[in-house]
Design a protein around this ligand. Structure first.
Ligand SMILES: [Zn+2]
Length: 81
C-alpha cells in the first residue's frame, strides 16, 4: 500500500513526504485520520465525532434538545399528578 519513502494521504491519496504530519493537498492530520480510522474499526466513531465536533452550534443544539425534553418530561409528570 505504501511504497518507498513516500507516504500517500489515506483520504485523497496525494503524495506526501514520509516526515509529513498532514496532507499538503487536503490538509488532514494523518494522526487524527488514523485515530478516526481506529475508532471506526472499534465502533467508537459516534463518540469520537461528538467529542471532537468543531461546530459548537451542533453541540448546543443537542444540549438544548436534551434539556428541553427533560424539562418537558418533568413538567408533564408534575402536571399529571
Ligand atoms: Zn489528502
Amino acid at each position: 500500500m505504501v511504497s518507498g519513502s513516500m507516504t500517500h494521504c489515506p483520504k485523497c491519496n496525494s503524495p506526501a513526504g514520509s516526515e509529513a504530519l498532514e496532507c499538503p493537498a487536503c490538509g488532514i492530520l494523518f494522526s487524527k485520520w488514523q485515530e478516526r480510522e481506529n475508532n471506526v474499526t472499534s465502533g467508537n466513531l459516534a463518540r469520537y465525532s461528538i467529542a471532537n465536533a468543531t461546530s459548537s452550534e451542533f453541540n448546543w443544539t443537542i444540549l438544548a434538545i436534551v434539556v428541553g425534553v427533560v424539562i418537558l418530561s418533568f413538567l408533564f409528570v408534575q402536571y399529571n399528578q
